[in-house]
Design a protein around this ligand. Structure first.
Ligand SMILES: Cc1cc2nc3c(=O)[nH]c(=O)nc-3n(C[C@H](O)[C@H](O)[C@H](O)COP(=O)(O)O)c2cc1C
Length: 258
């Protein structure tokens, strides 16, 4: 996606909606934090007060575990995770998301477009992605805004998963976030199939059930380059710190290494 993540560990959407950990997440080894949608009740982008990602490093921050302080870590990147405002119907979703990106993109490194639960079809969502991908080229930014599409497990598990994935890449997605929620057992196989079909030019990310180093390694080995963690980051502080630091120390694996 043209981005350098400090680590493959991403704090998944919905956990830090306001981006508090954009400033402090390096202490946990985070490579990125995904902040959530903030809509007014009428479906307009709400004012979002969150710290802008700066490129200073986290050396010297207090409270870091030794394994997380061995080298100065850059701050996590900022992913903006957007879903259709609940108040609006689908024909108005594209316009609402465009307004939100225009309002919020300056502090973001990439956008994740999430079809959410009620999306009528993958085809409709691909058309929306294509329109947004063309429009984002016009954003006044020093670097292009990378575009990621979140594929729910029902699309990842569909027989036509490769056709769907190609459709989103053709629409302009730089990366795909493959959800394994409800389909944990097949997660690595699906990543591997899609990595084979799409090749290295499309970044694959994995979310759903990543709660241990062996699970994380399996997803990386299958071809994911980033690991999103949500519920495993909600345990006791000691366990969470330890797990996150271990996950942050992992690295994507060239697929030929198997
Ligand atoms: C309370 C809660 C809120 C969530 N909010 C969002 C959200 O706003 N956008 C999104 O894309 N995913 C959201 N998710 C989904 C998570 O980002 C993630 O995909 C899911 O929890 C599976 O990962 P896990 O097994 O590590 O928890 C939410 C999940 C939870 C539990």
């Amino acid at each position: 996606m043209g981005l350098a993540f400090p680590s493959p560990l991403v704090l998944a959407a919905g956990l830090d909606r306001h981006g508090a950990l954009l400033q402090h997440g390096a202490a946990l080894g985070l490579g990125a934090v995904e902040t959530g949608s903030h809509w007014t009740p009428g479906g307009q982008p709400a004012p979002m007060s969150r710290p802008r990602t700066s490129r200073r490093t986290a050396a010297g921050q207090s409270g870091m575990r030794p394994e997380c302080t061995a080298a100065a870590r850059p701050l996590p990147l900022h992913g903006l995770s957007l879903v259709k405002p609940p108040a609006l119907d689908w024909p108005r979703a594209g316009e609402a998301i465009r307004h939100a990106i225009a309002a919020w993109h300056r502090g973001a490194d990439y956008v994740v477009l999430n079809p959410g639960r009620g999306c009528p079809s993958a085809e409709l969502f691909a058309d929306l992605v294509a329109a947004l991908a063309a429009w984002r080229e016009r954003l006044p930014r020093p670097t292009p805004l990378a575009l990621v599409v979140k594929l729910p497990a029902s699309w990842v598990e569909a027989d036509r998963r490769i056709e769907l994935a190609r459709r989103f890449v053709g629409a302009g997605a730089d990366g795909l976030l493959l959800s394994a929620e409800g389909a944990i057992a097949t997660a690595s196989v699906r990543i591997s199939q899609l990595a084979d079909a799409l090749g290295p030019s499309t970044s694959l990310m994995s979310v759903g059930g990543i709660d241990s180093v062996p699970v994380a390694r399996a997803r990386l080995r299958a071809g994911a380059s980033l690991l999103h963690v949500h519920r495993a980051a909600l345990g006791s502080e000691r366990r969470v710190r330890s797990l996150l630091c271990e996950l942050a120390a992992l690295r994507p694996m060239p697929r030929s290494m198997g």
